[in-house]
Design a protein around this ligand. Structure first.
Ligand SMILES: C[S@@+](CC[C@H](N)C(=O)[O-])C[C@H]1O[C@@H](n2cnc3c(N)ncnc32)[C@H](O)[C@@H]1O
Length: 216
């Protein structure tokens, strides 16, 4: 095996040294535990990677599919310029209300457009006013391909589509899996990696993030 196996101590180093969890996000995470929200948000070093990508491509128009308590949403808003906008698609109205409140607390509400409801339906009806620089998929796995097809036409050349859970907690290796989420992710990873108009790789942060840059 090439590379360094990730021990708990090394992982702590990645989060503490290279993570992007500031005190606001730490508090949000703590509060979301107290509110009984599922703890399935992205990891601190993954957020650092996303923030890095947003900065490298000078992202101003960002889409997120699946926002939960807003850990990734607010983390992305942290590095979005004043004239940027983040369209967050979230089906759960309670989660959306919580995110709106936290964005107001952070002073970022003006850069956040929350779209509440099923993202498949909402995206079909939605008209973006400008090309999208960065799209982050983190909702229903069997829906990733549909999200891709809906977002591909609006992502600019040089823009990025990233999707969480590329490794599915290690289950991605199980070709006999009957879990529809695992199967969907295996198919999605294959689809993205073979795509002629995108160059992609899987970044081993969090549960694995497949990242694809649009070439044409
Ligand atoms: C893994 S969580 C998102 C975590 C979030 N990105 C973070 O890292 O903080 C998945 C979210 O997707 C939402 N979701 C699932 N299916 C959806 C759909 N069809 N449309 C919109 N949101 C959906 C769920 O309600 C949940 O909040």
């Amino acid at each position: 095996m090439k590379g360094v196996p990730l021990t708990e101590a090394l992982y702590q180093y990645l989060c503490e040294f290279g993570g992007a969890e500031d005190s606001f996000l730490q508090q949000l995470r703590q509060q979301s535990i107290e509110l009984g929200m599922p703890q399935i948000h992205i990891s601190p070093e993954q957020l650092a990677c996303i923030q890095f990508l947003l900065t490298v491509i000078d992202a101003r128009q960002v889409v997120e599919i699946g926002s939960l308590a807003g850990y990734s949403t607010l983390g992305m808003l942290r590095v979005l310029p004043e004239d940027g906008v983040l369209y967050a698609f979230e089906k759960n109205p309670d989660y959306a209300a919580y995110i709106r409140k936290k964005a107001e607390e952070m002073g970022a509400a003006a850069r956040l457009e929350l779209v509440v409801g099923d993202a498949h339906q909402q995206l079909r009806a939605f008209r973006f006013t400008q090309p999208i620089d960065f799209a982050f998929l983190d909702a229903d796995k069997p829906g990733y391909r549909d999200y891709w097809e809906l977002l591909d036409p609006v992502v600019r050349v040089g823009g990025i589509i990233a999707a969480d859970n590329a490794l599915m907690g290690g289950k991605i290796l199980d070709e006999q899996s009957t879990d529809p989420d695992v199967y969907a992710m295996q198919e999605f990873n294959r689809f993205v990696q073979q795509h002629s108009r995108y160059r992609s790789c899987i970044v081993p942060v969090g549960d694995g993030m497949i990242v694809a840059v649009k070439l044409q």
